[in-house]
Design a protein around this ligand. Structure first.
Ligand SMILES: Cc1ncc(COP(=O)(O)O)c(C=O)c1O
Length: 391
């Protein structure tokens, strides 16, 4: 088994990387980007080899994902990794989770209907609901001493409203890093069941877990409500394949599946996804588990390093849960209570491009989301810069 070196720095400049090549105009030269959620780690060897082998076939024509190999790769992964048995017939392809959310909201709610989300949360949830002419119903997470929980009372009250049709759940939750427990998921589903509401569950971060933490696929926890649940998965966060534009939905309800096919049929490319994406995804799910295990332990090290740094050098910062994802969510209000001033300190003074907390909803103002999927030397540099401008 190969030992991967996650300390190595790979130059991404000039690759049209959004993270590195599209920095804000006021970021000074030499700025460090620890924002948008992809990794600065090279992909697993089997993935790169599979892409090379596919390129060697010289022709990159229309390519189908509707094959046994493809479905075996996806179902095999979730069986091995999460003990989740997915019926291959329930798998639906999408070029991304974000476009999928938008199609799904179109299918499941009418213009003007309420869709519940729990901020601070991945910002496209808000945009998707608003851009499709539906209405955001926010049930903010409860926050106490760096720990987030679901406001079940608020959830019940809002779900009881006839105008609210369902919810988009982020599991694990970006940006706060909570991995919901089985009990939290059950309570959420029970409330939706009581009021007959659907759940779109975005599980894109499901493989990115700290040591000892377990993710519970919602469809596995609550199979009896599967006709009202759609789960979104992808190899993109797990294996650093975000540019490959490939994700998989699990839609157990055949009526929803038919609606999905009808809605997307003439909007997605006819024969669907790119040949290189398919090569990458199958090699990721079938052959790259050891890379992921090593990447996760390296990320554990980065989380521990950042926690220690904050404790020693910026002790008034509150580092939040961090049970899952590779995103660290830090409450910096004790150092700078004004969100705009905090942003200027980070970008203009420190030369740090992070994701400002209020991007995820006003509840996130004064927080920063830091992408820890980078070599430790880069993380050290980032934290030193932060300490310099905050103290
Ligand atoms: C919760 C969540 N969903 C979806 C996405 C993006 O999905 P995609 O690139 O497949 O559209 C991200 C990316 O950061 C995310 O954090």
């Amino acid at each position: 088994m190969k030992t991967y070196d996650f300390d190595q720095t790979v130059d991404r400049a000039g690759t049209y990387s959004i993270k590195w090549d599209q920095l804000p105009a006021d970021a000074p030269a030499g700025s460090l980007p620890l924002w948008i959620a992809d990794m600065d780690f090279p992909c697993a060897d089997p993935i790169l080899d599979a892409i090379r082998r596919r390129v060697d076939r010289q022709i990159l024509g229309y390519t189908t994902h509707n094959t046994k190999d493809y479905k075996d790769a996806v179902t095999g992964w979730f069986r091995r990794r999460h003990g989740w048995e997915i019926d291959p017939d329930t798998l639906c392809y999408s070029p991304g989770v974000v476009p999928a959310l938008s199609f799904l909201v179109d299918i499941l709610a009418q213009p003007g209907d309420g869709v519940l989300i729990q901020r601070p949360v991945y910002h496209p949830f808000t945009a998707t609901v608003e851009n499709t002419g539906r209405r955001v119903v926010n049930n903010p997470l409860l926050y106490e001493n760096g720990h987030y929980t679901i406001d079940f009372q608020g959830l019940e009250e809002k779900m009881a409203l006839p105008s609210v049709k369902g919810m988009i759940l982020c599991s694990p939750h970006n940006p706060v890093g909570r991995v919901w427990t089985e009990e939290e998921l059950r309570r959420t589903v029970d409330i939706c069941k009581t009021y007959d509401k659907w759940i779109i569950c975005d599980e894109i971060h499901c493989d990115l877990l700290r040591e000892g933490v377990q993710h519970h696929p919602i469809l596995q926890v609550c199979p009896d409500y599967s006709h009202r649940i759609i789960a979104c998965t992808a190899p993109s966060k797990t294996f650093n394949l975000a540019g490959m534009q490939l994700s998989n939905l699990v839609i157990p309800n055949p009526v929803y599946r038919e609606l999905w096919r009808h809605e997307t049929g003439d909007r997605f490319p006819v024969a669907s996804t790119g040949p290189l994406s398919i090569a990458a995804m199958t090699a990721a799910y079938n052959e790259s588990e050891d890379w992921l295990d090593q990447a996760l332990r390296y990320l554990d090290g980065n989380f521990a390093y950042a926690r220690e740094f904050f404790a020693e050098r910026l002790p008034q910062a509150t580092v939040c849960d961090g049970q899952g994802t590779y995103l660290l969510w830090v409450d910096l209000r004790a150092y700078c209570s004004d969100a705009a001033a905090l942003r200027n300190k980070m970008v203009r003074e420190a030369g740090l491009v992070l994701d400002e907390g209020d991007l995820f909803g006003p509840e996130g103002a004064g927080f920063e989301r830091i992408n820890l999927a980078c070599p430790r030397g880069v993380l050290r540099d980032c934290l030193e810069r932060m300490a310099r401008v905050l103290r």
